[in-house]
Design a protein. Structure first.
Length: 83
């Protein structure tokens, strides 16, 4: 994970106008991976960069009985995602 964190930091340091993350080959993201993606998202949006991702999402019912069916942080077309 440390190598991935370092790599993501170096990518954001490029200050590109847009970033894309392809997670389609990923079958599971734990809390550490999720936190790294949120950190990357926040840093990219701080630089006002566009951010897109693609993923095959499988939803599981959480312990409180609710499904989280908003993989883009509740953003709709034209809105920035919430990180």
């Amino acid at each position: 994970m440390a190598r991935l964190r370092t790599w993501l930091d170096s990518v954001v340091a490029l200050r590109a106008s847009a970033y894309g993350i392809d997670l389609r080959a990923v079958s599971f993201v734990d809390s550490t991976g999720s936190n790294m993606l949120v950190r990357f998202c926040r840093r990219a949006l701080t630089h006002e960069a566009a951010l897109a991702y693609s993923a095959t999402v499988r939803y599981e019912r959480s312990g409180n009985g609710h499904d989280d069916r908003s993989p883009n942080g509740g953003a709709t077309a034209g809105q920035r995602p919430k990180c």
